[in-house]
Design a protein around this ligand. Structure first.
Ligand SMILES: Cc1ncc(COP(=O)(O)O)c(C=O)c1O
Length: 396
């Protein structure tokens, strides 16, 4: 029966790509910890020559992510930044990349401090439809000058959880012959599949939800078509930022439980968001799962849920530093998407590489707190928030 219908993503998470090991019957893909492969005779090999070019464990992961994202080819890199760097080398001197306001600080930094040395330019654009020109069409279209070759979107964007209508943005980009690249780290293919919405390339910091256990650094990229896939494969092999076999195995293992983890992450995030919203110490909650949130409707339309990330600001009567330092279950740390709840201050941590004046413009103030809601018992999470807020109240 299963073969007569398209498999659901919950099943593909476990059995997608190359499932198990045909040679031995092992139910898991083996870790091929090898740099090179014995050739059959001169000019004839098994399909594998050297592990930078191809490795069976990495290949199983690459096929899996391509299938999950509904793309043609998948690629695994040593980190999310290595994936972003490889993608950006598709472009050349004089080209320009438009990036969503609020993209990950490291994406901004690599463009601002590394690619600018090679003449690849970038510019911020409001892709949410609430920018100065007032509509997603005008905001993006007004910046689509001749050198622009790509539009790089994060949705929901880090850390204000601003939502972009991916299909609308990709449609505008396509009409101008511009590639749409989506950083899908916050959603994962379980919740959002940007290629179905018109994106040309999807990327992940697989360090986050895909890995899911805060125990590895990895990046993934998927191209919608073979032509872009060939180009990216050439770049991956030529520049060498590949994911190692053991980490590829860990990531395949993490992906198997992505669905059940994300279901719980979302349940807990909604519970925490609603609780925070009612607390007198909280001035504002940013979470696209709340009906009043600016991105609520678009998120509902284009994704299968709001995800496990939220941000919030405290009222003046509460000290944000005392609050963060007063947490005991929720851990102060960079990163997100692991099973444990993590909290951070984007202005001094994840987004510190963005200059202060730009940070202010895009509303990343020191009062902003980002919360990666884990899969612990939701009542324990909220109890920790409550006690830390109680301790952070300023004497009046
Ligand atoms: C949205 C997003 N994209 C990319 C990255 C970079 O990924 P990595 O840390 O795996 O290099 C991060 C890291 O935090 C991220 O949050």
């Amino acid at each position: 029966m299963l073969l007569e219908r398209m498999r659901d993503i919950e099943t593909t998470l476990l059995h997608g790509g190359i499932d198990g090991d045909g040679r031995t019957g092992a139910v898991n893909v083996p870790i091929y910890q090898t740099s090179t492969y014995k050739q059959i005779r001169l000019g004839e090999h098994t399909g594998y020559e050297y592990s930078r070019t191809g490795n069976p464990t990495r290949e199983a992961l690459e096929k899996l992510i391509a299938e999950l994202e509904g793309g043609a080819r998948g690629f695994a890199f040593a980190s999310g930044m290595a994936a972003i760097t490889a993608i950006l080398t598709l472009f050349k001197t004089g080209d320009k990349v438009l990036i969503s306001n609020n993209v990950y600080g490291g994406t901004f930094r690599v463009l601002d401090k590394i690619f600018s040395n090679f003449g690849l330019e970038y510019e911020f654009v409001d892709t949410t439809g609430s920018g100065i020109d007032g509509s997603i069409k005008d905001d993006i279209e007004n910046k689509l000058t001749a050198p622009v070759k790509a539009l790089l979107i994060e949705s929901p964007a880090n850390p204000l959880m601003t939502v972009t209508d991916i299909a609308a943005a990709a449609d505008i980009a396509k009409r101008h012959g511009v590639l749409t690249i989506v950083d899908n780290t916050f959603m994962s293919p379980y919740l959002q599949r940007p290629i179905e919405l018109g994106a040309d390339i999807v990327l992940h910091s697989a360090t986050k939800y895909l890995g899911g256990h805060s125990d590895l650094i990895a990046g993934l990229a998927v191209t919608a078509d073979e032509v872009l896939g060939e180009k990216l494969h050439f770049i991956q092999n030529a520049t060498g930022g590949i994911l190692q076999p053991f980490d590829s195995f860990l990531l395949i293992r993490g992906i198997k439980t992505l669905g059940v983890r994300l279901d719980r992450h979302q349940e807990n995030a909604l519970y925490a968001a609603e609780w925070l919203q009612k607390h007198p110490g909280v001035a504002r909650v940013y979470y696209p799962g709340l009906p009043g949130d600016a991105g609520y409707e678009i998120q509902k339309r284009q994704a299968n849920g709001p995800g496990g990330m939220l941000s919030f600001e405290l009222n003046g009567g509460w000290d944000h530093e005392a609050f963060i330092n007063g947490l005991s279950l929720v851990t102060l740390a960079e990163s997100l998407g692991g099973v444990e709840s993590l909290i951070c201050q984007p202005s001094s941590m994840t987004h510190a590489s963005i200059p202060e004046d730009i940070r202010k413009k895009i509303h990343i103030t020191e009062k902003l707190i980002r919360f990666s809601v884990g899969i612990e018992n939701k009542h324990d999470i909220v109890a920790d928030l409550r006690q830390a807020l109680d301790g952070a109240r300023r004497a009046s």
